[in-house]
Design a binder for this molecule. Structure first.
Ligand code: PBG
Length: 323
């Protein structure tokens, strides 16, 4: 008789046949840095996540070491935004200063920079528009290139453009190469959907659009094939890593995109996914094992890299549940 349960009989045999394992090398931890002083403030929409001012980064570096986190992604929340998004590409911008500070505290820390305009631009959009509302691609790309180069100059190890402008990977690759940053990889937010699950992040980053929404540049959640087109384009344009975002409602996209290229696949378990699971665990509607399961399943679907706000807990979860 064929009895699949034979291979589930005890811990030993389950360990032998287990297909997916989580490790701290799988995750990137997003961190929000803000202007100001003495700030370590919990983000109301994302319990357990904090806004840090630059003078608090020594504590962050110590926490990262303590939790075994080797990879982070930086988001900046500047005090002032402007119509040009200039705080995004200022050499003394919030991300640029944070990167220098963190590298001084821990030269081994691998820092990914989120490249976008929405946190720095008065209207909260990721790009510039023509008067008639069309995307102004040339100006948007030009500005994004300035952001990427200035981040690389500040010591950021990898660039992750989340703006969803057509042709941005090719433009950023050329800009980085021309500025002498050939060795800085690009992780494209290749299939980034116009998702409601970004809600808590927009509070955290103060980046909700002042008018309209992002549906003229981010993808329609209804479309799977189109996500593959986006991934294929990023591969062609020279991305080093491709990403699907959000993660959990888009596991089908992750697994199909995985088949499409030899590049490492990343998935972003976004703020809404975090808030949902965090709240359910805090209210004891779910056991904390749900956090482990959520990450395990994103990896099983095909993501070798997971960007997750749960990174600080992951080692403890692995110790408890990868049994
Ligand atoms: C910036 C950006 C967003 C996220 C990452 N980069 C917000 C958005 O596109 O509105 C979302 C991250 C999250 O929800 O955790 N464009």
């Amino acid at each position: 008789m064929i009895l699949p349960t034979r291979l589930r009989k005890n811990k030993n045999i389950r360990r032998l046949v287990r297909e997916t394992h989580l490790s701290m090398d799988d995750v990137i931890y997003p961190i929000f840095v803000v202007d100001g002083e003495g700030i370590r403030r919990e983000i109301p929409s994302m319990k357990g996540q904090y806004h840090y001012s630059l003078d608090k980064l020594d504590g962050v570096a110590a926490m990262l070491r303590d939790k075994g986190i080797g990879h982070i992604m930086l988001f900046g929340v500047p005090a002032e935004k402007d119509a040009e998004a200039s705080p995004a590409f200022a050499d003394d911008g919030i991300i640029q200063r944070a990167a220098r500070r963190l590298k001084a505290l821990d030269p081994e820390l691998y820092i990914v920079g989120d490249v976008c305009l929405c946190e720095y631009k008065s209207d909260g959009h990721c790009c510039f528009f023509e008067e008639n509302g069309d995307i102004r691609r040339d100006r948007s790309l030009e500005t994004l290139c300035k952001v990427a180069v200035s981040q690389a100059r500040s010591g950021i190890d990898m660039i992750a453009p989340s703006d969803m402008m057509d042709g941005h990977i090719a433009a950023l690759r050329t800009a980085l190469d021309d500025a002498g940053f050939e060795s800085v990889p690009i992780m494209g937010y290749s299939a980034k959907f116009a998702s409601t699950f970004y809600g808590p992040f927009r509070d955290a980053a103060d980046s909700a659009p002042a008018f309209g929404d992002r549906r003229s540049y981010q993808m329609d959640p209804a479309n799977g094939k189109e996500a593959l087109k986006e991934v294929a384009l990023d591969v062609e344009e020279g991305a080093d890593i491709v990403m699907v975002k959000p993660a959990m409602p888009y596991l089908d996209v992750i697994s199909q995109a995985k088949e499409l290229s030899y590049l490492p696949m990343a998935a972003y378990q976004v703020s809404g996914e975090y808030a949902m699971i965090r709240t359910a665990v805090d209210q004891r509607l779910l056991d904390e094992r749900a956090i482990f399961e959520s990450l395990l399943c994103i990896k099983r679907a095909g993501a070798e890299i997971i960007i997750t706000y749960f990174a600080p807990q992951l080692q403890a979860l692995i110790d408890a549940y990868q049994d």
